[in-house]
Design a protein around this ligand. Structure first.
Ligand SMILES: Nc1ncnc2c1ncn2[C@@H]1O[C@H](COP(=O)(O)OP(=O)(O)OP(=O)(O)O)[C@@H](O)[C@H]1O
Length: 618
């Protein structure tokens, strides 16, 4: 047979188009070797491909004499690239190698990765086989290393590499390649040379409120893990009267622990890192004076709550600063109490809001809004404090009554007084709106009339729990009704019902209030109390029929109300425009009139609120 000749080492059945089947022992012509395949021609002249390890080459390798010599690496055929500087060895066919009887070199035992202690000897071994003379080359990470003992393959195919006095530079990828003229086999593994890790860093502690007298110790892993992937920590402590450190915990993987039930002592902690062979030097120590734990906990709670609320809380202890006196009001969310400053004796209003995680945003929003405001018709704000499980908004105490209670207690009203209250409210709103803040909760309970013996009654706007900040456009999408008014929509503008409140929504509420003061009738309320009907009326701007009650007032009032009750908020009058309305800017009649109609309205409203459990108390 011309050309290179090979013999099939076992049967091969063609499974693809370009394959050709052949039987064990068939002698075939090898036309080409390419990409792991041998192109062969059978005796019958048919040709096709066969994986080259099925073909045992018979040319050039027939004599035992030749294979037993150390020869230069022969030319390598096909896709197998020659390996330069490769030492060559005679063929080795270990008895176990019969499982893989082709012409390619092969590994009976591959290299195995390991981790060893720095300084120890690295020993790697494998077992190989090759029916033909072959070359062998080792590769290791430290190319400049002087002492490397590489043994020639034993008769049974055992090969080994020995490196004494390992250093961290010997960590890495080790490869041994063997190649003969038919192909190449490679085995590789990782060797990790483990050295001493550096100590953990940034050891810190903080108080932990979840357990009694507890702290949390935290640290950062060492910069150098000593080449190991494994790392554990041991925490130790000492006290002034102790001569040495004692173990708190050993062998933890995480970079932090909680230590609870600390005594009233001074503790010093340190941490060690260790890997499978070495322990690091100790970390820098941290000292905890556990006598101050309660105080530290208070501060920690305060900081945590400040962060959650987005408000700087008053640092001083609430109980040390204030005497808590009688209740001055109650809302749906809160109780309002009179507070007396223990130092100055001054009184304040403290709005107590329970600390409920879902309400934190709302509470924070109210405090932040109040903190931005300073206006004679807006309640003054002094700060927010934490008092046991409640947040307390500390405000100016308004000495007075909600507007309707005030009017009923007076027993009379004048158009001039109505105008004064409206003016006060509009100047507060103009101020808010120019700051991009909408109150969105205007209703009689939030309008306190401050009465002092010397001054005219003054209207003060309170309760910013529904306020929204309009940083961009004057419309906001909210998933909730921006205010809940005892289950009623009485003071809500059409766009609030559509969950798109604007600053102009406040002007609608002002007009509802004026309408009530003038007529004793709620402008959109269904007399039968049907909420759906009231909503429809608001959306359509359909005002209740009660014109007779308006006869006593100037038509300017009606004109003003009409400009505020515009369903489309863009066309509604703004707070600034309202300030220059004739009814606001011209003097109004001082003539007093009875307020039975307002009393009736209050009775009805109280009944309605009672049934929906919103009852403001004064
Ligand atoms: N600064 C203050 N001075 C005097 N009284 C006040 C003050 N703040 C609140 N009040 C009283 O406490 C009541 C409840 O306060 P506020 O309306 O702020 O609570 P709320 O829980 O937010 O009410 P709402 O149910 O309307 O949301 C008020 O109606 C008022 O009577």
């Amino acid at each position: 047979m011309p050309g290179r000749v090979g013999r099939l080492s076992c049967d091969f059945n063609a499974v693809r188009n370009h394959h050709i089947s052949a039987k064990e022992g068939d002698v075939v012509e090898i036309i080409d070797l390419d990409n792991g395949y041998a192109m062969i021609r059978r005796d019958d002249g048919k040709q096709g491909k066969i994986p080259n390890y099925f073909v045992e080459v018979m040319t050039d390798v027939s004599s035992d004499e030749e294979t037993s010599k150390d020869v230069e690496m022969p030319e390598i055929m096909g896709s197998v690239s020659p390996i330069p500087e490769m030492a060559t060895f005679k063929a080795v066919v270990p008895s176990e190698g019969t499982l893989f009887p082709g012409s390619l070199p092969y590994f009976i035992e591959e290299l195995m990765g390991k981790s060893i202690r720095c300084g120890d000897t690295i020993e790697l071994d494998a077992q190989i086989g090759s029916r033909h003379q072959f070359g062998m080359k080792w590769k290791y990470p430290d190319k400049g290393r002087e002492t490397v003992v590489i043994s020639a393959p034993s008769d049974n195919g055992h090969i080994s590499l020995v490196m004494p006095n390992s250093t961290k530079h010997d960590s890495g990828h080790y490869t041994v390649s063997i190649a003969n003229e038919f192909g190449k086999a490679v085995s590789s593994c990782w060797v990790i040379v483990v050295s001493q890790p550096s100590p953990p860093v940034e050891l810190k502690f903080c108080v932990d409120p979840s357990k009694p007298r507890a702290i949390r110790l935290k640290w950062t892993p060492p910069h150098d893990k000593g080449g190991s992937r494994l790392l554990w920590y041991t925490v130790e402590y000492t006290k002034p009267e102790q001569s040495d450190y004692l173990e708190v915990i050993h062998g933890i993987k995480q970079c932090g622990i909680r230590i609870s039930h600390l005594r009233h002592d001074v503790y010093t902690f340190r941490v060690f890192a260790f890997n499978e062979y070495f322990r690091s030097a100790p970390s820098e120590s941290v000292t905890v004076d556990a006598k101050d734990l309660e105080c530290m906990l208070e501060k920690a709670k305060l900081n945590e709550m400040s962060r959650k609320l987005g408000v700087q809380l008053i640092k001083a202890s609430f109980a040390e600063c204030f005497e808590v006196e009688h209740q001055i009001g109650r809302g749906r969310w809160s109780t309002c109490r009179q507070l007396r400053c223990k130092i100055s004796g001054k009184t304040f209003a403290g709005k107590y809001l329970p600390l409920n995680d879902t309400e934190l945003d709302k509470i924070g929003n109210e405090a932040r809004t109040l903190a931005r405001l300073r206006h004679p018709n807006v309640v003054g704000y002094f700060g927010t404090a934490l008092c046991s499980e409640q947040v307390v908004l500390i405000m100016e105490k308004v000495p007075g009554l909600p507007i309707l209670t005030f009017i009923i207690e007076c027993g009379f009203l004048s158009e001039a007084l109505m105008q004064k209250f409206t003016f006060d409210l509009l100047s507060a709103l103009t101020y808010l709106h120019t700051k991009g803040i909408a109150h969105l909760g205007i209703k009689p309970e939030e309008l306190l009339i401050e009465t002092t013996p010397v001054k005219q009654p003054n209207l003060i706007l309170i309760d910013f729990s529904s306020a929204e900040h309009f940083d961009g456009p004057d419309i906001m999408n909210t998933s909730h009704l921006s205010v809940w008014q005892g289950g009623s929509v009485e003071y809500l503008a059409p766009e609030q019902l559509a969950h798109r409140p604007t600053c102009k929504s406040d002007i609608w509420a002002v007009a509802v209030l004026l309408f009530v003061l003038a007529t004793g009738v709620s402008p959109f309320e269904d007399p039968d109390g049907e909420d759906d009907v009231s909503r429809r009326r608001i959306l359509e701007g359909e005002i209740a029929e009660c014109s007779a009650k308006f006869r006593e007032y100037k038509p300017d009032l009606l004109g003003f109300i009409a400009k505020a009750f515009v369903v489309e908020h863009k066309d509604r009058i703004s707070a600034t425009q309202a300030m220059s309305e004739p009814w606001i800017s011209n003097p109004q009649s001082e003539e007093l009139f009875m307020v039975d109609h307002i009393e009736d309205y209050c009775d009805k409203r109280r009944d309605r609120m009672r049934s929906s459990f919103l009852l403001h108390e004064v």
